[in-house]
Design a protein around this ligand. Structure first.
Ligand code: FEO
Length: 393
């Protein structure tokens, strides 16, 4: 259902209640998502972003409720990923006279995706396009979260459309932040930040400072996923500043996989040590836990404790994706520790500790390695490791 944000500005996106995995690297989306697009009807008409291809029919019908798509003068593609650009071929077919406005890197990416000779206009930060009454102002936002990413701001109505930034994978019955469950909203906003934007945190901080220094009035922040920030819209900007600082809470996350329960028992003994020192913590069995939920917990925590048995002189395979995420997401202000059991050779603790080094995560205390099932002494050492991690925090 089309929703009017402000006079002449319409949400014409779609809600995807069914999606449970996003992107090639499988970002879990337990609460679905939305693909937001905005139609601005002034003396000229602009469409900001499109939706993922499978929803193109619903999207075009939404636009038709307001205008004939052939009347669209400008299509703005803030970002080339197909969840936003997927309906461009259909829209550009219908809006035959439209100019497609992109960043320079956006042009490169969209040409690469679609190989169409559309009428492109590449813009830079500060460039403006008049819609007759109000203007569109563009702000390049490279690496938030792709090199092509761009924000579009509508003067007069004071609406910032920052594409993926400030978004959430959150399908809801209503479109605005004052109409949904705030706890769910922030869970999804944080998960989005933790899994997508963490490595670009320094750029998030700089971009927010740059945009705030422009002193543009902002009545609404309308991202490309999830709900639209209407009540106190800058609350999510302040939250991003806080998240970008990556100041962890005094919490620990213990990750493990286990073959015959030895490493699980070690994990629980470490947890006992943490609990004895009053440290809040969560344990995750990586073979069963959702990787993206675990990443969100790691994002908030100070300590990451990773355990694996040794298998084929390496780790159990379910541990590896999380370790790759630790490296790729470049978490700041963390400490780490390792543990694991073994039978015939015992490389796992050394491998995990070396991996922490590649992630820039200092090892807080020497790891615990137990042969076969952990003895009482081994479990005492694990509890001791939990206490040492607590101390290091
Ligand atoms: Fe980067 Fe929502 O796509």
């Amino acid at each position: 259902m089309v929703v009017e944000l402000k006079k002449g500005v319409y949400w014409v996106g779609v809600v995807d209640w069914g999606i449970r995995h996003f992107h090639g690297y499988e970002l879990s989306t337990h609460r679905g998502t939305t693909y937001n697009a905005y139609l601005i009807v002034d003396r000229k008409t602009a469409l900001v972003d499109t939706v993922w291809g499978p929803f193109q029919r619903d999207f075009v019908e939404n636009i038709r409720q307001i205008i004939d798509p052939s009347k669209i003068d400008f299509v703005i593609a803030n970002h080339a990923e197909p969840d936003h650009s997927g309906s461009l071929p259909e829209i550009m077919r219908l809006a035959k006279n439209a100019t497609l406005i992109v960043s320079n890197r956006g042009r490169e990416s969209i040409e690469g995706h679609y190989h169409q000779g559309w009428s492109f206009k590449a813009v830079q930060t500060g460039d403006k396009v008049s819609l007759g009454g109000n203007e569109l102002v563009f702000v390049e936002a490279p690496m938030l979260h792709w090199p092509d990413s761009m924000f579009t701001y509508l003067t007069g109505q004071n609406i910032l459309m920052p594409n993926d930034a400030f978004g959430q994978h959150y399908a809801a019955a209503f479109r605005f932040n004052d109409q949904v469950n705030e706890k769910e909203l922030y869970e999804e906003a944080m998960k989005y930040y933790a899994n997508i934007l963490t490595p670009f945190s320094h750029l998030v901080t700089k971009k927010i400072e740059e945009v705030l220094s422009l002193k543009l009035p902002v009545d609404i922040i309308a991202p490309s996923h999830g709900v639209i920030w209407r009540r106190d819209p800058l609350q999510i900007v302040k939250k991003y500043q806080q998240w970008a600082a990556q100041t962890p809470e005094k919490k620990a996350v213990v990750l493990y996989d286990t073959m015959w329960q030895a490493t699980r028992r070690m994990a629980e003994a470490i947890a006992d040590g943490l609990a004895a020192e009053g440290i809040e913590h969560k344990l995750f069995h990586t073979a069963l836990a959702d990787r993206n939920d675990v990443i969100t917990e790691i994002f908030q925590a100070r300590a990451i404790v990773v355990g694996s048995p040794t298998l084929n002189r390496g780790l159990l395979p379910t541990i590896t994706p999380i370790l790759e995420d630790l490296k790729g997401l470049r978490f700041q202000n963390k400490i780490g520790a390792a543990f694991g059991s073994y039978g015939w050779s015992g490389e796992s603790v050394k491998i995990i500790e070396e991996h922490f080094g590649k992630c820039g995560i200092p090892v807080a205390a020497e790891g615990v390695l137990a042969k076969w099932q952990p003895s009482a002494d081994d479990l005492a050492n694990c509890k001791g490791l939990g206490r040492k991690i607590a101390e290091a925090m």
